[in-house]
Each structure stands twice: as C-alpha cells, then as structure tokens.
Design a protein around this ligand. Structure first.
Ligand code: ADP
Ligand code: MG
Length: 528
C-alpha cells in the first residue's frame, strides 16, 4: 500500500523541483492514472498515444513532461500543441503556463478570430510553447511567423474532436512540415480507426497508454433519470423545485440547443446556448457570463462542450439522451470534479428507456428513477419568496385598480380561492389557463397510433428510404425500427412515425437538411 502511494507522488517522477513545486501550488497532489503512465515514457523521448476520458488530466499528462524538457534559454518555438477549439487553446495554454511558471516558460494561444498581427508580435517576443487550432497554426506556418526548425514536440490534443471537426487536412499539412526528429504525442478520449491511421503515418513507433473505463466511473456523481413526455416542463419543474447551482444541459443538435435556450430564457431562467454555429465573440460572451455566474444554465451540444473545463458544475442534465454510453460518461464527467459531489440528471421519453438501460449496463452505474416534482413541491420551495413579495405589495397598498375584479369574482368564489388562483396566475402566467392536453395532429392518414408526416423532398432529389431513416436517426434520435411506412413520390415523401414522438420529430426535422436539401416537415392532411 505504502509503495503504491509513494509512487503516486510527482516527486518520484524524474522532474525538476521547479515543476514539482508549481504542480503543488496548483493543488495537484499526485498524478492521475493517465499522467503516471505517460509521463515517464514521454520523458524517455518516445512517441505516445494516450487515451482516457474527459476530465482525467490529459493536459498535464503531456504538459508536465514537455515543460520538463523545454530548454528555456533556447530561442524559437519548441512545442506545438493543436487543439480543436479556441476555448481549449486558451485553457491548455493557461494550464501549461501555470505548470511552467517557475521555469519561466512562455506559452501563447493562437486561434482564428483574433487579429493575427497581435499574435505575430507576441510570437516575436519569444515563446516556448504555442497552443492553437490547426487552421490558425497553419496560417502562421505559411507566413513563417512560427518557424519550424526548432520544434521538438508536437501534441495533438483531443485528436478525435479535431478529426470530427474536419481538421484532418490542416493537421496533416502541419505534420508534413515539421522536423522528422520531433517527438509526437497524441491524446484523445476515443480511438476511432482514423486516429490509428493518422498515428501510423506520422508517429514513430508510438507506445499506447489506455486508461480503461472501469477506472473512470465517477463515484461522487448521483445519477437520476426522469421519464416524461414533456421534457421542457419537466426540466422547469426540476429547476424550480430542486436545483440550484451551475448546470450544463446537453442537447443533441444545434437547433435544439437554440430552441431550449430561448424557451428557458422566455420562462425567466438565466440560460445561454453554446454550439458551433456561434461566432467566436458570441462564444466568448457566453462562456464569460457562465464562468462569472451571470448565467447559471449552459445549454450545449456535445461538441461545443467537449474538453471545456469549467469549475463547480453542480448538475449535468441530459436533455437529449446521449448517443452512446461513452458520451454519457463524458457528459456527466463535467460535474463531481475535484472531490465535490455532482448530480447527473437524464430526461427520457418512454421510448428512450431501453437506451438508458444500455447506458446503465455498459457504464456499470446505477441511474435511479425519480419522480418529477409537483407544482406543490415548487410552491413549497418558493413559499418564502412569494410570501415576502406579497407582503411588499400589500404594504405598498397600491393594488386598488384590481379590486373591482375581486368584487365581481367574490360573487362566485371565496376570497381564499381567488387569492390562491391569483398566485397561480402570477407563478405560471399563461400556462395556468392552458388545458392539459396532448397536441392533436388531426387526421394525417397514418395507421392508429401513428402520425403521417409530409416532407417536401422526394425522388427528384434522389431521396431513398435509407436516407430518411438515417437522417431521422441521426437528427432526431429515432431508432429506425419505429418508423412506419415510407412513401416516396417525385416531389414529396410521406413518413409514418409513432404519435408520441411526432411533435419532437417535427420540431427537430423541420428546416433541417436531408442529403443536403433543406426540408420542411409537417403533419400530412388526409383527404377525409
Ligand atoms: P482532460 O484533458 O483529460 O479532459 P484536463 O487536463 O482538462 O482533462 O483536466 C481536468 C481537470 O483536472 C483540470 O482542472 C486540471 O487542472 C485537473 N487536474 C489534472 N491533473 C490533476 C492532478 N494530478 N491533480 C489534481 N487535479 C488535476
Ligand atoms: Mg483535454
């Protein structure tokens, strides 16, 4: 036991005292598994492929040995680090500069969207490590504002993400330019075959270090699921009755991020959306608001949130159930960091139950079922707030405009009932008067239990049934086997889908694209 513990301390690795002290100052007490396994190999000068899920400390796994081996007195950039996004470039650069603080290592993040002149000026001032997105790095390399002859380390960070974002050509071009003698490190949460292929081509006999999944499940995260047909209402109830803190809410598509963020905002929550279509400025603003606590709900796609290290996330919400168990683990790994307790909540429709069970099985975790809070639970939590607001209004004594309404209501109802109804109206607004009814699609000509949808594309666009099934599955998370009859005509297509998911499918698929064609999706109208 003692030997294992001693081996865990950074001091037992062959590291400069300045580096160990900096790590201690950062609050790092011992290396994480990916760090203790990769650091010695990198220090030996070997190429390494490191695979471990988000939040396991991959940045320091390459950062510590690279910083250890940087020669501060030598001129020119010595390490090039590629990251998929601007936010990650900044984050990685900051972490490396902390690790290298006592060694006086200079790091610089470079990314598109920031004036290149400013970056060029900083580069001239003497930088040891440049962290950047592939596009902008390539830009500097072409302008020769980053000279390559002094580069000894290349790191591909979050490599799977970079490939997903279509950076492969830029990455390859950069690697072709770099000196053969460099050491190459590749870190990734997943290892698709494309990464293997890339590493074969550009790495020298790399050692692969994998931290397996069992070691990764996070015991400090309470995991719940809520089953509901109306996720928006369900989420709002949970927000009102149970949750306070900082939340990340995951949605599957950019469109659903936008929609959820604006629905939440219109219901009075401080929510912002984050996805790849935002401009850099918008993304910066969103992240700043969230970090500073000006918004407390970040609605994001997996890609946009991946790799971001935001402190003190108390809750992760899976508003759309993750596509696979791995991404479930990635998502919930955002909370419960640094020994703090976190909560993961997954909203499912009845149809998504099987997918939830699969996640539970593969991740070997227990996701407990929870009942949605009732309006009474919400009121209970808000009782004091409501009471003190009411006191304030009563004491101001300026509500007499409303008294004639009360007088006429008093002819039919008691004062208590009227007051309670008024509070309901105040709390729930227009929703208080809505009938609780499922949306009706009228007669769409579908089989019982099914809704027939009308799509304005067809044979002319060379649409096949497989295209329909594939894009419904990808965009709206609809398993192919629940889709009913598909009839493709020249200019339009009919698709039958189960009634209980029709609303969701329409809202996601309408104005989305299938095979590159913008499509309009609406309930069909049967000739009756
Ligand atoms: P990954 O790249 O694997 O997603 P990061 O490198 O972003 O993970 O690390 C996640 C968080 O853990 C960061 O806040 C980082 O500072 C912290 N961290 C990394 N290594 C350690 C360590 N050995 N001890 C304590 N905290 C650490
Ligand atoms: Mg990382």
């Amino acid at each position: 036991m003692t030997t294992i513990q001693t081996a865990g301390f950074f001091g037992s690795l062959e590291l400069d005292r300045k580096v160990v002290t900096a790590l201690t100052d950062m609050g790092f007490e011992e290396p994480s598994p990916i760090q203790s396994q990769t650091i010695p190999i990198v220090l030996e000068g070997k190429d390494v492929i490191g695979q471990a899920q988000t939040g396991t400390g991959k940045t320091a796994a390459f950062g510590i040995p690279v910083i250890q081996r940087i020669q501060t007195e030598q001129k020119g950039v010595q390490a090039l680090i590629m990251t998929p996004t601007r936010e990650l470039a900044i984050q990685v650069s900051e972490e490396l500069s902390k690790i290298g603080r006592l060694k006086r290592i200079k790091t610089l993040p470079v990314y598109g969207g920031q004036p290149i002149d400013r970056q060029i000026r900083s580069l001239r001032a003497g930088i040891h490590i440049v962290v950047g997105t592939p596009g902008r790095l390539l830009d500097h390399i072409r302008r020769q504002t980053i000279r390559l002859d002094s580069i000894r380390f290349l790191v591909l960070d979050e490599a799977d993400e970079m490939l997903d974002m279509g950076f492969v050509e830029d990455m390859e071009e950069i690697m072709r330019h770099l000196p053969e003698t460099r050491q190459t490190l590749l870190f990734s949460a997943t290892m698709p075959p494309t990464i293997r292929a890339l590493s074969k081509k550009y790495m020298k006999d790399p050692t692969t270090v994998t931290v397996n999944r069992e070691a990764l499940t996070v015991p400090l995260i309470d995991q719940y699921y809520y089953e509901t047909r109306d996720k928006l209402d369900g989420l709002c109830l949970v927000l009102d009755a149970e949750v306070s803190g900082k939340l990340i809410v995951f949605c599957r598509t950019k469109k659903s991020v936008d929609e959820l963020a604006s629905s939440l905002e219109s219901r009075g929550y401080m929510a912002d959306g984050l996805h790849g279509d935002l401009s850099q400025n918008q993304r910066d603003r969103v992240m700043k608001r969230f970090r500073e606590g000006k918004s407390d709900i970040l609605v994001a796609t997996d890609v946009a949130a991946r790799g971001l290290d935001i402190e003190n996330i108390t809750h992760v919400v899976n508003y759309d159930i993750p596509q696979d168990p791995e991404s479930y683990v990635h998502r919930i790994g955002r909370t419960g960091r640094a020994g703090q307790k976190g909560v993961a909540m997954t909203f499912i429709t009845p149809r998504e139950y099987r997918q939830l069970k699969l996640i539970e099985r593969v991740t070997k975790s227990k996701i407990q079922r929870r009942q949605l809070p009732s309006a009474a639970n919400v009121l209970e939590r808000q009782r004091e707030v409501i009471q003190s607001r009411m006191y304030a209004v009563l004491e101001q004594d300026r509500f007499h405009d409303y008294q004639p309404i009360v007088s006429s209501l008093l002819e039919d109802y008691s004062a208590e009932d009227i007051a309670a109804a008024a509070l309901k109206l105040m709390q729930e607004g227009a929703k208080a008067t809505e009938q609780e009814e499922k949306p009706s699609f009228g007669n769409t000509g579908g089989k019982p239990g099914m809704v027939r949808l009308f799509l304005n594309i067809g044979r002319t666009q060379r649409i096949t049934p497989e295209d329909i099934v594939r894009s419904f599955a990808a965009e709206a998370d609809i398993p192919g086997n629940v889709i009913g009859l598909i009839n493709i005509y020249d200019k339009f297509t009919f698709v039958e889908i189960p009634e209980d998911i029709a609303e969701k499918v329409i809202s996601i698929m309408h104005r989305s694209t299938i095979k590159g064609y913008k499509v309009s999706v609406e309930p069909a109208r049967a000739r009756d």
